[in-house]
Ligand binder design. Sequence first.
Ligand SMILES: [Ca+2]
Length: 363
Amino acid sequence: MTRSMRMVALVAAALAVAAGALLVAGASMGYAAADACIPLTLPSPAGGEGTETAGAGEGTETAGGTSAKASTEAQAGTPAEAQAEGIAARYPGDRGIAADPRVLLHEDFEAGDFDRKKWQDISNQSGALSFSPEHPAASAGKQSLLVTATLGKNTGGHLFRRFKPGVERMHARFYVRFAEDCDYVHHFVHIVAENPPVAWPTGGAGECPAGDRKFSTGLEPAGHYRKFPPPGAWNFYTYWHQMKRSGDGKYWGNSFAPETPHVPERGRWYAMEMMVQANTVGPDGSVPNKDQADGRQAFWIDGVKVGDFGGIAWRTAADLKINAFWLMSYITDRWTKHPVNRVWFDDVVVATEYIGPIRPSQK
Ligand SMILES: [Ca+2]
């Protein structure tokens, strides 16, 4: 098995399925299930477990639940609001933004190749990744990354970056455009905290990670059994040590969804931004309780915050840092029979503070 094949298998194992997602509120959820956590183990290269177990979660009662209760509580006091200027406001067209000390990564896909210093792991099976002349109107560049997922041929592709050292708070802004015929995706862009910080994405699908080992969250459009039209409504798909167990007894990513669903219009570029703030851990290494649960995650669409979820005790060890960004469009026949599904990405910035959309400049 080649390395690229192994990585594809790992992606499948790592992500499995959103079907069993519980819809929870970080601020109000019960934590009773935490004791049942399964220690995180590295995945088998075979990677079949995610696919196999995926079906088990599909039919659970929780899978079809609504986010109404969760979103109401999590969104209290945080309606859609204008965001203060971010890092990008100082760099029209993103020119020079890479040199800002708060910026960890800048990728505009203009080089026509992938810089291995920027991306340690690349999944590009059967040419899923290519460069396209499409780009956001505000972009100073002339091309973007096109991820073409072709059923029976590949499951899309990814670019993965591990940061050393990690950080306490990570923002990631990316522009994204779904093709007008793009159907539901399976998994999408992630921020990950993991110790040890290996240079590739690891598994853990269906498992509750240990509080000193890992947490992760994906900003993903989710159809929730066709409740929303393709590609689905934006939500966080989240794994951490206090996540709730699914009806099948396994731990599938818990969903954090805003009260108002936001379904991207296909054929249009959006500036998406996600933020993960790690929680404080007691100086004696004590497990965070609700008083210490100052962890948070939020996301913005075109510079407007539309999802903000606090009260999350992401970790039990201060040396578990937020240390990976995983740009990905992972599409399988689980959620679509449409043969070819295309997604464009451009103007990626990862930083420790709010970034914001590109400030337009003269081209
Ligand atoms: Ca570009």
